[in-house]
Design a protein around this ligand. Structure first.
Ligand SMILES: [Zn+2]
Length: 294
């Protein structure tokens, strides 16, 4: 029997809109004009000049293993500097997870591509005033370099809580519960699924590659790419990238690999399922598809 990876998007917040220049400091509207057919609507609002993203998790089932890739913004978190993330209630995230046939205790593995506040929120939930892991049986995979980076910053005095306070309320409780596993490149997540390095957006940013016999290879790219606008403009790193130059090198590398190997890319914030990459003159273009490559 062939093994397949079944992938479903679990929305936490959609759309998540950001002005083009706020998200991509190097961007300009004129550079996007030729690509209306590919971007207008789902991915970019040309009238308002807004990039359109989704904040979502990807629920991945391979055989009997259930994986959640990234954990969004979450609820009840104190995020006073982000009004749309602050003290959220009624997001419907766990209800949508249930609609996908998955209870929190069914999650075996949570893959944290990185530890930004919009990727770790559902790592924990509030239980009688305490933050506890939302997924009680899961191992939470976090990059070793990434963990060390945020632990170091969280230990220093700062004017604002580090990373909106998300290390304290969404990472530390998982470590204290003994459910975190610090991983390095090549870590085997499940049969056919492994951790790959995608540094730049954060120091220890990682991706999840799934290669199953007879299936297209899937690469969950986290925030190494926010928008298909970056397929056309790979040098546009985000304002939230720790090392924009390194992020651009990483992006060009996996775009070239994806074009050569027909890999299906699944960016964390893509408003859609996935995309394949094709060569275009000296650059690339996306071809939207489902996660099984169709
Ligand atoms: Zn993000």
């Amino acid at each position: 029997m062939t093994r397949t990876a079944d992938v479903q998007r679990i929305i936490d917040l959609d759309p998540f809109r950001l002005p083009l220049g706020t998200l991509f400091p190097l961007a300009d509207m004129a550079a996007l004009e030729p690509f209306r057919d590919s971007l207008d609507g789902d991915h970019f609002d040309y009238e308002a000049g807004m990039v359109q993203l989704a904040v979502q998790s990807h629920l991945v089932r391979i055989g009997s293993t259930t994986i959640l890739v990234d954990a969004c913004v979450g609820e009840d978190k104190e995020r006073p500097r982000r009004p749309d993330w602050h003290q959220r209630r009624g997001s419907g995230f766990l209800r949508r997870l249930a609609s996908a046939g998955c209870a929190p205790e069914d999650i075996d593995i949570v893959v944290c591509t990185h530890l930004h506040a919009d990727h770790v929120g559902w790592n924990t939930r509030l239980d009688h005033g305490r933050w506890v892991p939302t997924f009680p049986k899961a191992r939470y995979l976090m990059g070793r370099t990434e963990l060390a980076h945020w632990a170091d910053l969280a230990g220093r005095p700062s004017e604002h809580p580090v990373n909106h306070g998300s290390y304290a309320d969404s990472v530390l409780p998982v470590l204290e519960a003994g459910q975190a596993v610090a991983v390095t490149d090549g870590h085997d997540v499940a049969a056919g699924a492994s951790i790959v390095p995608l540094p730049g957006h954060t120091p220890g940013h990682l991706g999840l590659r799934i290669g199953l016999v007879g299936q297209p290879t899937l690469l969950f790219t986290g925030d190494a790419m926010h928008s298909p606008a970056q397929v056309f403009n790979p040098d546009w790193s985000s304002a939230f990238c720790a090392d924009p130059a390194e992020a651009a090198v990483t992006r060009r590398r996996f775009l070239a690999e994806a074009a050569e190997t027909d890999t299906v890319l699944v960016p964390a914030h893509l408003r859609g399922d996935a995309m394949r990459i094709r060569r275009r003159q000296s650059g690339f273009r996306p071809v939207y598809c489902s996660c099984d490559g169709r």
